[in-house]
Design a binder for this molecule. Structure first.
Ligand SMILES: Cc1cc2nc3c(=O)[nH]c(=O)nc-3n(C[C@H](O)[C@H](O)[C@H](O)COP(=O)(O)O)c2cc1C
Length: 440
C-alpha cells in the first residue's frame, strides 16, 4: 500500500493521486491570477494570498504582543501576502485561552497599534504595498482557564475535562459578552486594523453556539437562536459606526454528528444547508469577506489540518491527507458559490507544499475561492507569496512538511513556530519541551 503522506515529486504525480482517489480540485500552472487585487469594502487587498491566523503563544503577561509576536508579523508582512489575518486575540479577560494568548484591552491598545504600524511598514518597505490586516477576536470557551461552555457535547466535554454537570454560560452573560466584543472591535479600530474577525470556528465559544441545538433559551435550539449571538454582535458593531470592516472566520462543518455539530448530518457527514444560509445572511448584513474553515483541532485534527505526522500526542491519519485537503477545499468552493459576491478566504493549502500555488490559482480562476490562506505554511515559509510572484513557484526546500510540531507546541502553550524551517528560534524551544515532558 502507498504511504499515506505527501509523496509526490512532480505535479503529474500529484494529479495522478487526485484521479486515483476520484477527487476534484482545480489546477492552474499559470499562477498570475494570484497577483490580482480584490476589493473588501472600500479597500483593496493587493493579491490573492493570505496568512491564516496562527497563535504563537508569545504574548506578554498583560496580553500585549511580545518580542516574538513582532518578529512573526514582520516576517509575514515582508513575505508579500496581501492579507494577514492576525491570530486569536481574547476580546475579554475571561475569554483568554492561556496566559500567553494575545488579549486586547484599553490599557494595551497602544502596543497593538505599534504592532499594526510596524507590520504595515514592513510590508511597504519589502513589497511597496501594505498588507490588509484583520484582527481575530475570540472567546476560548471550554479551552480557557474557566472552561466556559455554551452547550455540552460528551466527547468534547471528556477531552477538555469539562464536568458534564457544569452550568453553561447564561443568556444574560452572553448578552454582556456581545458588548465586550463590540468594545474590543472599537479598540481594534483604534489600533489601526482594517477589519475585525468575530471568530466563529473550531468549536471555541461562539462556534459552539452555532451547534447548540440542545441549548434552551435565546441562543440555542432553532437556527435563528443559534446564529443570534454572531448576528447581534455584527449588527451592533455596524450600528456603532466604529469605522472598521467586519468579518468572521466561520466553521462551515464541525465534523461532529447532529445534534451536536454545525453543518453536519446525524452521521457526522457534511450538510451545508445552514452554513450557506448564514453566509448569505451575513453578506446581507454587509460582510464582504468571510474566512472558511472546518472541524476542531481538539477532536479531529486530521480533518481541520491534514498532516503527514501526527505529533507525539496525536493519532495517525485515518485517511490519505489528500482526501482531507479535497474535503476542505470542496467545502470552501460550496461556500464561495453560495455568496459569489463575497470574498471567501479558503483554508487548506499548507499540506500541498510546492503544488499549493497551482491549486490556489485553479481555485481563484474557477471561482472556488477569492483568496487562499496558509496557516502552518505561513510559519514555515512566510515569504511564499514573494517566491510565487517572483519565481512562479514555491521552493520544496522551504515548505511546511506537516510534521505537527507547531501544533504540539501550541497544545502545550509553549512559544510556537516552525521547528523545522525556523529552527534557529524554535528547535531549541521544541527540544526543551521534549526534555521537560519526556515520559509524560
Ligand atoms: C500552531 C497553530 C496555531 C493556530 N492558531 C489559530 C488561530 O489563532 N486562529 C485560528 O482561527 N486558527 C488557528 N489555527 C488553525 C490554522 O489557521 C489553519 O486553519 C490550520 O492550520 C489549517 O490550515 P493549514 O493547512 O494552512 O495549516 C492554528 C493552527 C496551528 C497549527
Amino acid at each position: 500500500m502507498q504511504q499515506m503522506r505527501f509523496n509526490y515529486k512532480t505535479l503529474q504525480d500529484f494529479t495522478a493521486d487526485l484521479v486515483r482517489f476520484n477527487l476534484d480540485l482545480p489546477i492552474s500552472t499559470d499562477v498570475s491570477v494570484l497577483q490580482t487585487a480584490v476589493s473588501v469594502g472600500t479597500k483593496a487587498i493587493h493579491n490573492r494570498l493570505s496568512i491564516q491566523p496562527m497563535e504563537g503563544c508569545d504574548a506578554l503577561a498583560d496580553g500585549s504582543p511580545g518580542e516574538l509576536t513582532f518578529r512573526r508579523y514582520e516576517r509575514f508582512a515582508r513575505g508579500g501576502a496581501g492579507l494577514i489575518w492576525f491570530e486569536a486575540t481574547a476580546a475579554c479577560e475571561a475569554g483568554r485561552g492561556k496566559p500567553s494568548q494575545l488579549y486586547l484591552h484599553e490599557s494595551n491598545v497602544g502596543s497593538f497599534a505599534k504592532l499594526v504600524s510596524q507590520t504595515r511598514q514592513a510590508g511597504l518597505e519589502a513589497t511597496g504595498r501594505a498588507p490588509y490586516l484583520v484582527l481575530q477576536l475570540t472567546h476560548a470557551g471550554r479551552y480557557g482557564d474557566g472552561k466556559v461552555i455554551a452547550v455540552h457535547e460528551p466527547e468534547l466535554d471528556n477531552r477538555a475535562g469539562v464536568d458534564p454537570g457544569k452550568p453553561v454560560i447564561t443568556d444574560a452573560e452572553l448578552r454582556v459578552l456581545e458588548d465586550e466584543f463590540v468594545a474590543a472591535a472599537r479598540l481594534a479600530s483604534q489600533a489601526g486594523f482594517d477589519a475585525v474577525d468575530i471568530k466563529a470556528c473550531h468549536r471555541y465559544l461562539i462556534s459552539e453556539l452555532l451547534g447548540a441545538h440542545d441549548r434552551p433559551g435565546e441562543y440555542g435550539g432553532s437556527y435563528e437562536n443559534r446564529t443570534r449571538w454572531l448576528k447581534n454582535v455584527i449588527t451592533k458593531i455596524k450600528d456603532a459606526k466604529i469605522g472598521i470592516e467586519i468579518t468572521t472566520r466561520l466553521n462551515a462543518y464541525d465534523a461532529i454528528p447532529y445534534p451536536y455539530g454545525w453543518g453536519c448530518d446525524s452521521e457526522g457527514g457534511i450538510d451545508l444547508t445552514e452554513p450557506k444560509r448564514l453566509v448569505r445572511e451575513l453578506a446581507g448584513l454587509g460582510l464582504t469577506m468571510i474566512n472558511i474553515t472546518i472541524a476542531t483541532p481538539y477532536l479531529k485534527p486530521h480533518i481541520s489540518r491534514p498532516y503527514d505526522q501526527p505529533g507525539r500526542n496525536g493519532y495517525p491519519q485515518p485517511e490519505h491527507p489528500i482526501i482531507g485537503i479535497a474535503r476542505i477545499l470542496n467545502v470552501v468552493k460550496e461556500m464561495q458559490k453560495a455568496v459569489p459576491d463575497c470574498v471567501i478566504v479558503g483554508t487548506g493549502f499548507s499540506w500541498l507544499r510546492q503544488f499549493a500555488p497551482y491549486v490556489a490559482a485553479g481555485m481563484v480562476k474557477e471561482g472556488w475561492a477569492s483568496i487562499c490562506g496558509f496557516g502552518r505554511g505561513g510559519f514555515a515559509y512566510p515569504d511564499f507569496a514573494n517566491d510565487i510572484f517572483t519565481a512562479g513557484e514555491m521552493s520544496p526546500r522551504k515548505v511546511c512538511i506537516s510534521c505537527s510540531k507547531c501544533s504540539e507546541l501550541k497544545g502545550a502553550a509553549r512559544l510556537t513556530g516552525c521547528v523545522v524551517r525556523d529552527s534557529k528560534v524554535y528547535a531549541p524551544i521544541y527540544q526543551k519541551f521534549l526534555e521537560e515532558t519526556a515520559g509524560k
